[in-house]
Design a protein around this ligand. Structure first.
Ligand code: GTR
Length: 340
């Protein structure tokens, strides 16, 4: 289990080269890469909105090509962490990958911007900003890294949960060991609140909570529920500090082998899966919230979210380093102000 406070830098480890080989070779040996069935992976299990959205995209592709194109999904993190499967995707061992923005942060700096703390005012604000040219610009920034950004999906708001106490003010965070995704941006956010950041894959969080390796983590209602983290960490505090999206990427090596017509089909099916996902997402958040409240967890609203925003604000300066980044952040903020 990784417990260092700095997120692991990208790089192609020997282990991941082996994993990539196993994924590409092993899956093709089983005949699963026959035809044009794209292989996709997701850390979430079947039934989770991100998985259902990619299934919908596959259904659209099959329908529009009489079964010539389709998608096979390895759900539930069975092929490894998001960081590992991203490397496999870059190598071409996987065709599609649905990840959070966090594991892309160390690959492409522009992906940190939508994950800046207290940037989006609401889910609506995020949807509107990323449906515009800004979203396309961030997706396109992945191409030099061997990935084609196809679309963003919802991830709702991330809140802190822990085994010790309700978080009401930034001072309540002091000294807590908080798991974060493998991203320096998240490490910086936690440190800005005076807590200790522990990057690790989401698959390890439940055990780490139970064993007391960490005191808490942060995530949206559906992930807090589906990872069963609520069983170990009963205090869920609605800081809503990040409203960053999920993203669906395709391996550029696979993309380069598609002709123009198939690329257009893939792009269109991905875009059309977005409104479908949004409907499922809103329902899933409401259902997860209802079930979690009924399970007896202790939930608290934050009276003064500005205190958290202020404490985390220095993180913005650290990650807005270029004119392009400043322009994107300004445009996102303006889209929120237009919302009123
Ligand atoms: C979830 C997200 C996952 C994963 C996870 C995490 O909200 O859907 O893709 O990134 O958070 O915290 O690792």
């Amino acid at each position: 289990m990784r417990t260092s406070a700095t997120a692991e830098k990208p790089g192609i480890s020997r282990r991941n080269v082996l994993l990539a080989g196993a994924a590409a070779g092993g899956l093709s040996a089983c005949g699963m890469r026959a035809g044009r069935e794209f292989l996709s992976t997701d850390t979430h299990p079947r039934g989770y909105p991100t998985v259902a959205a990619v299934e919908e995209m596959g259904r659209l592709l099959e329908q529009r090509t009489d079964g010539r194109l389709g998608i096979k999904i390895y759900a539930g993190g069975q092929l490894g962490s998001e960081q590992d499967t991203l490397e496999i995707t870059v190598f071409g061992g996987l065709d599609l990958n649905r990840v959070n923005l966090a594991p892309l942060n160390s690959i492409e700096p522009l992906t940190t911007l939508p994950a800046l703390p207290f940037l989006f005012r609401s889910n609506e604000h995020m949807r509107r900003a990323l449906d515009s040219d800004i979203g396309e610009e961030i997706l396109a920034s992945l191409e030099p890294h061997g990935l084609i950004g196809l679309c963003f999906y919802d991830s709702g708001d991330r809140n802190f949960y822990n085994t010790r106490r309700p978080i009401r003010t930034p001072a309540d965070m002091r000294g807590l060991k908080i798991r974060v995704p493998n991203s320096d941006l998240y490490v910086s956010m936690i440190r800005a609140l005076g807590a200790d950041a522990t990057p690790m894959s989401i698959a390890e969080v439940y055990q780490a909570l139970v064993q007391g390796v960490i005191d808490g983590a942060e995530n949206n209602w559906p992930s807090y529920e589906s990872g069963r983290h609520f069983e170990a960490a009963r205090y869920y505090s609605l800081t809503r500090h990040v409203i960053a999206p999920e993203v669906l990427v395709m391996s550029k090596s696979r993309w380069d082998k598609l002709d123009e017509a198939d690329r257009a089909l893939v792009r269109a099916a991905a875009k059309e899966s977005v409104p479908y996902m949004r409907g499922l997402w809103d329902q899933r958040v409401a259902d997860a919230r209802t079930r979690l409240l009924a399970s007896g967890i202790e939930v608290n609203e934050i009276e003064d979210t500005a205190a958290f925003a202020e404490a985390m604000r220095p993180v913005w300066d650290r990650y807005i380093m270029t004119d392009q980044a400043r322009r994107i952040v300004d445009a996102i903020v303006a889209a929120g102000e237009a919302e009123g």
